[in-house]
Design a protein around this ligand. Structure first.
Ligand code: UDP
Length: 235
């Protein structure tokens, strides 16, 4: 296996499957199976899930809601998704811990970096919920930040496209996929990989990012093995 410790970022939207809103249990189960397969190979796994399938602060602000209030609601949405994935993983007998940036003592542990690292060493999958705990940030930034804090080897961004393209492949069929690209090239070409805060954090801390299609069963294992599917971003 290529990596010892990885951080997997899943968007909230990916949990919807073919639905318009909320959580598709088949999709969550597929993810849990893929994650368990990689975990069983001995890799330590931390996970961050977004909340966009339930609530997004920026969209709520556009319909008149106070942004900070809406962002806290978005953070709570990530906890709902995290609990769904935790449930699916534990059904497969994988030991997990959910740690959140906002205290919710009855359902999860508060995020404490040293404790998170200890969980990983003890072979528990750690899910980080409630984003960074701060409004105006995203779960991509949470993923970069937590990955740096727990010294993960790489951020794996699981999406529904299979990598980074010269243009949006859903709009421009002639777009070409990069197998590898540098942080600087991403800036220069104005490509959209993560939001800029998240991206800059990775660049400054020399943390590589791989964008790949998580919806295809088995892809996560291939990435963990070091196969060159997806797009690798590095310094
Ligand atoms: N959010 C936030 N601070 C954070 C992480 C998330 O305020 O550190 C809020 C924000 O409103 C965001 C929502 O939670 O819109 C859901 O997260 P995100 O949009 O990153 O989810 P994804 O797009 O990955 O589904």
């Amino acid at each position: 296996m290529k990596y010892k410790r990885i951080l997997l970022k899943l968007s909230g939207e990916s949990l919807m499957g073919d639905k318009q809103y909320g959580i598709d249990s088949d999709r969550v189960l597929q993810y849990a199976r893929d994650i368990k397969a990689v975990f069983d190979k001995g890799i330590e796994i931390a996970i961050v899930i977004g909340g966009g399938n339930i609530f997004r602060g920026l969209s709520a602000e556009k319909s008149g809601m106070d942004r900070v209030q809406a962002d806290y609601m978005g953070m709570l949405a990530t906890v709902i998704n995290s609990m769904a994935l935790q449930d699916a993983l534990e059904k497969l007998s994988v030991k997990t811990r959910l740690m959140t940036a906002i205290k919710m003592e009855q359902i999860c542990e508060p995020f404490i970096r040293r404790r998170a690292v200890r969980h990983l060493e003890k072979r528990r999958i750690v899910i980080f919920g409630a984003g960074t705990g701060n409004p105006y940030f995203t779960t991509d930034t949470c993923a970069s930040l937590r990955a740096i804090e727990v010294q993960a080897d790489v951020v794996l961004k699981g999406t529904r496209v299979d990598g980074i393209y010269t243009a949006d492949p859903e709009k421009f069929p002639e777009a070409v996929k990069y197998d590898e690209i540098t942080f600087q090239e991403v800036y220069d070409r104005g490509l959209n990989v993560m939001d800029m805060t998240a991206f800059t954090l990775c660049q400054e801390n020399k943390l590589p990012i791989i964008v790949f299609d998580m919806n295809k069963p088995g892809n996560f294992m291939r990435i963990a093995n070091g196969d060159t599917i997806g797009t690798l971003v590095r310094g």
